[in-house]
Design a protein. Sequence first.
Length: 332
Amino acid sequence: MLVLGLESSCDETGVALYDTEYGLLAHHLHTQMAMHAEYGGVVPELASRDHIRRVLPLTEACLQEAGKTRADIDAIAFTEGPGLAGALLTAAAVANGLGVALGKPVIGVHHLEGHLLSPLLASPRPDFPFVALLVSGGHTQLMAVHGVGHYELLGETLDDAAGEAFDKTAKLLGLGYPGGPALSKLAEQGDASRFTLPRPMQHSGDLDFSFAGLKTAVLTLVKKQAELDTQTRADICAAFQAAIVDVISSKCLGAMKQTGLKQLVVAGGVGANRQLRDGLNLMAARRKFKVFYPPLDLCTDNGAMIAFAGAQRLMHAQTAGPFAVRPRWDLA
Ligand code: KG4
Ligand code: ZN
């Protein structure tokens, strides 16, 4: 079965072709980062308009790369939510239009399900059940994943998402948008021990997170500095990153202990963070569990994870619902 996947929930237009027998045949992505950078964040109206411009050329590029035509497509998966309503409508409209034109099934996918199944596109791949850490710009959750469609929420952020904390802190330090990659790059030149930042809820005894206080602590620290030279900013970045990695690692360990599972899957944009990967890998080696990551280019939003999740759903005999988008939608 050849599944076309379309993602347009935020600021990335992603298109992919996934074959249930041969794997991922093609995936193409256009990021709107540069367009939104001058506004310091995503402008929903600009995002929607750009998705409309990109989605069909990206689809053609995928078909060409895979040596396929539209007639070869067996099903179309699109991100139904959560996300920006106008942005979501692009993939929804194209998917449903193509579905009608080709007479093929169309399936709406939960964006977070796409992220949390994405490590299954890597090799070696985890087996069910596993614990999934979802750390993106909009979400921070720990889930027990028992199988496709069987997700148990273990804990989540009570305020900001991890990626949001990276982005807001980076903005405070004048690092531009999106802040996560810029902050972690500058942190490489920093000394994490020069400043001590709090580890919110690290020992709260549950699996919930809170990052808003950490961002405020950085703001207080920044205000105290007589001069915010590059080295000071790098040291603050390193201290911030160390704090966030400590908290996330502790919560992951808590989730492994609570569930007794031996595999941890890391998904979402913040999963690309090198320091987080090093911290989790070290802990996994010590505590005798395995960590799985999606390929680096599939950590952030993309069409491949949507094509893949859609294919899994269709193989589990799930069919498409009515044409809809769900800007707000809980996975579990
Ligand atoms: O999963 P994603 O592409 O989009 C959402 O669904 O939110 O995640 C984007 C988030 C942004 O907040 C971005 O700053 C963060 O992931 N991010 C990173 C890194 N790369 C992306 N955060 C920390 N370190 C990185 N290397
Ligand atoms: Zn995402």
